[in-house]
Write a protein that binds this ligand. Structure first.
Ligand SMILES: O=C(O)CCC(=O)C(=O)O
Length: 239
């Protein structure tokens, strides 16, 4: 019953290696870490910051945040800080060059120590079905779980149908079916042994026996740009 075809690749995933330089990555990391402490939301196994459109009430409870995503409550419009606006515009320009029109209005910044990951999920209907993630500091492997054959998203296979290798400084663009019909996750492994059977769509293996050992030694910070659909201006303090 489970889909287990090693040849399956997901359309609508585009990876751009070296989208930014090491120096640019360091600059962005310095901006992320210059944020005041309250900007960080501490979750059970990682920290995050949210820029741009904000959920209606400040909420440190991930379950409630998810619920808001699902119920599509409006989000409050908030501008990006300049450093984020600049990189967001650069991403938009790059995407325009490959025929994609995407002007993000939200950026979720996740921080992962080498043994931290993110449980399988999708970003839900509150966002347009296109996201872009910039990886800083360390590589990761993003798993995709095909939900095509399952009505209940929780019942997807324990084995990813596809994986994508995200080197540091890369940009990945995920849209349409890859966004809508898949869950994605990151394993909490500090190291990876990878070979052909792992179905990593952007990794070439010359033969069945070729194995690569990858080790995470640095903290990875990811910037995920999205477009919230239901956005209102904050007029509360206008008279
Ligand atoms: O860190 C990443 O690359 C993925 C982040 C993500 O999936 C999320 O925050 O929803």
């Amino acid at each position: 019953m489970l889909r287990d075809d090693p040849k399956v690749a997901i359309n609508n995933i585009k990876i751009e290696n070296d989208f930014i330089t090491e120096v640019e990555a360091e600059y962005l990391l310095s901006k992320v870490y210059a944020a005041p402490k309250p900007k960080w939301v501490q979750l059970k196994n990682r920290r995050l910051q949210l820029y741009g459109c904000q959920y209606l009430k400040r909420n440190d409870n991930k379950a409630e945040i998810n619920q808001q995503k699902e119920t599509q409550l409006p989000m409050i419009k908030e501008e990006f800080p300049i450093w984020l606006e600049k990189i967001s515009q650069r991403i938009s320009n790059f995407l325009r060059g490959i025929g994609v029109d995407m002007v993000p209005n939200q950026c979720l910044i996740n921080e992962y120590f080498p043994n931290q990951g993110i449980f399988r999920h999708n970003d839900g209907p509150a966002f347009k079905p296109m996201i872009c993630t910039l990886s800083l500091g360390e590589y990761t492997i993003l798993n995709f779980f095909d939900t095509n054959k399952f009505e209940d998203l929780e019942l997807t296979s324990d084995f990813p149908s596809t994986k994508v290798y995200l080197p540091k400084n890369s940009l990945v663009f995920i849209s349409e079916d890859a966004y809508l019909k898949n869950l994605h996750s990151i394993d909490d492994f500090g190291e990876d042994f990878i070979n052909k059977n792992d179905k990593i769509i952007n990794f070439d293996f010359s033969n069945e026996n070729e194995t690569h050992y990858l080790k995470k030694t640095n903290t990875r910070v990811s910037l995920t740009f999205r477009i919230a659909k239901n956005v209102v201006k904050n007029n509360f303090f206008k008279f």
